[in-house]
Design a protein around this ligand. Structure first.
Ligand code: GLY
Length: 360
């Protein structure tokens, strides 16, 4: 078992990674159980595969457990679904001592975290991520949120979980496309923070996609988690440092919004975004052409869906309404080398247009 601490004074917590950890949840959570309500938040497909068994096992060990199934899409992260959740929690007689368990991917984690941050002014919750993307990224850091019509995650709170409990065996049921998408974030961690890790991931891309080597997977999850934990410890509330985690996301989010989830998954959009940000890094960040070559080679080794035709001006327009715009300027996280970042905010639309044409 790997155990990584996120040190945030009284909000500190542990991230545990282990095969079959779900079978020990009653032991891990046992010391917190004092007869209060435990609510599993999940979505139907994952609840059927894992949640029902977890709920029964916890009941057998004297936990008072109920579940709430969220919509099986990004719609779960809306204020109207939050309202329905609060009503359900009241119907379940939940109070401030209730504890929530987020069993699922990023949508479940974000929605559960937001419900935990706001219900009765805040209750405890645990992240139990079931997708690789949630394991390496969204379950850690405490940013929770819901979407508005005008954009994703525009309403939210920083509310740290009590622990992140990662069972790498959940990945057995994960479609290959979701694995590739998560590798976008994995490559990102290496590119922005750790050259050796970047090289290691690049050398093992095929093995990682194949998912046959569970030790390799656990090592990669552990490394990403440790890298993210270090950043969150230094910048819990997203000042400057934490923004480096957005490498590839400025263009990525715009592509995601433009194309929608069916055409482009989050990680796939980030991978395309990193290609563009990499090119801009050569012009504005001091990245060498050799390093850019290495970055683009590892990205293009992944089976990415090809992008349908898109309107570059519209992508730029979407980017300029994003949260990452500060004082009217689009902020770009760029690389000065593999493993190091710089923030640049004076890239003009002409340069942006040229770099976007690279993926058009
Ligand atoms: N929940 C994701 C983050 O805090 O970065």
């Amino acid at each position: 078992m790997q155990s990584i601490n996120v040190k945030l004074q009284d909000r500190s917590y542990t991230i545990q990674i282990q095969n079959d950890l779900r079978l020990r949840l009653h032991e891990i959570l046992g010391s917190k159980n004092s007869g209060q309500q435990w609510i599993i938040f999940s979505q139907k497909p994952i609840f059927k595969i894992y949640g029902e068994a977890i709920e029964s096992m916890l009941r057998e060990h004297n936990f008072e457990v109920k579940h709430i199934l969220l919509e099986n899409s990004e719609n779960a992260k809306s204020l109207s679904s939050m309202e329905a959740i609060y009503s359900q929690l009241i119907d379940f007689s939940c109070d401030r001592s209730s504890i929530f368990l987020a069993l699922g991917g990023g949508v479940v984690g974000d929605a559960t975290g937001f419900a935990a941050a706001t219900f009765m002014r805040g209750v405890d919750y645990y992240q139990i991520p079931t997708t690789l993307l949630a394991m390496v990224d969204s379950s850690i850091g405490g940013k929770t949120g819901v979407n508005l019509d005008s954009g994703k995650n525009l309403v939210g709170a920083i509310w740290q979980p009590k622990a992140v409990l990662i069972d790498s065996n959940f990945l057995a049921s994960l479609p290959k496309r979701e694995v590739v998408s998560a590798l976008g974030e994995v490559i990102k961690y290496g590119a922005i923070l750790d050259e050796d890790f970047f090289n290691f991931v690049s050398d093992n891309v095929e093995n990682l996609i194949g998912m046959g080597n569970s030790q390799l997977l656990q090592d990669v999850i552990g490394k990403c988690v440790a890298l993210k934990a270090k950043i969150v410890e230094q910048d819990e509330c997203e000042g400057d440092l934490r923004r480096i985690l957005n490498f590839g996301h400025t263009v990525g989010h715009a592509l995601e919004k433009y194309f929608g989830f069916d055409i482009l998954r989050h990680g796939e959009a980030v991978l395309y975004g990193m290609l563009v940000a990499g090119k801009l890094s050569v012009k504005f960040g001091g990245l060498s052409s050799q390093d850019y070559e290495l970055l683009s080679l590892s990205i293009l080794r992944l089976p990415l869906p090809s992008l349908p035709k898109f309107d570059v001006d519209e992508i730029i327009e979407i980017m300029s309404t994003d949260k990452k715009v500060k004082d009217g300027k689009i902020n770009f996280i760029l690389l000065s080398k593999i493993g190091e970042t710089v923030i640049v905010d004076d890239i003009d639309d002409r340069m942006l247009l040229q770099s976007l044409k690279l993926i058009q």
